[in-house]
Design a protein around this ligand. Sequence first.
Ligand code: HEC
Length: 163
Amino acid sequence: MKRLSPLFFFVLAFNFITLPAVAENKSPAVDKREVLVLTPMQREHVLDEMRALLTGIQNILGALAEDDMKAVADIARPLGSSMAGKAEDHLKGILPKHFMQLGMAAHQDFDSIATLAESGADSKAVLSELNRSMNKCQACHAHYQIYPLKSSAREEKNSHHGH
Ligand code: HEC
């Protein structure tokens, strides 16, 4: 049998050592967006809010397709600045000002969507406002990534020592 070349071992080592590390860390060397380092709890808090926004938009589109403006307002209102007030208080010192401003602007757009829907606007006007609002989703996602704080692994290990 032919001897395995050193290159084979190099490639093998690369796959086992390097690729999992990149996958776990979402290495900024690959993803060039600005890194926000958050604890797992803070990260979950932000992403939970994100998922609520996506679900909300889907439900708003469903309600618009039915021309149900009352439903549009009911869905949009809780995604407005009231949501930002609750969620962002304890992240204020941690997240950059630009991030907080973009986030607040996105929430305010949902206030406008709710107000439009309540004041008898047609679905085209609401869609146009939704489109404007989603520029903020797009702008922020293009700019930032979340990088979970590594110390969580240490904390978990320590808590296991107690048992
Ligand atoms: C102020 C910044 C900002 C705004 C505005 C924003 N997002 Fe995000 N969103 C983020 C960041 C940062 C992430 C994590 C991205 C990463 O780490 O790759 C994220 C992740 C997400 C995710 C993935 C959630 C998960 O479970 O992984 C969804 C869905 C999402 N955003 C939807 C939205 C929608 C819809 C909007 C607009 C209505 C929006 N976001 C507006 C910053 C923002």
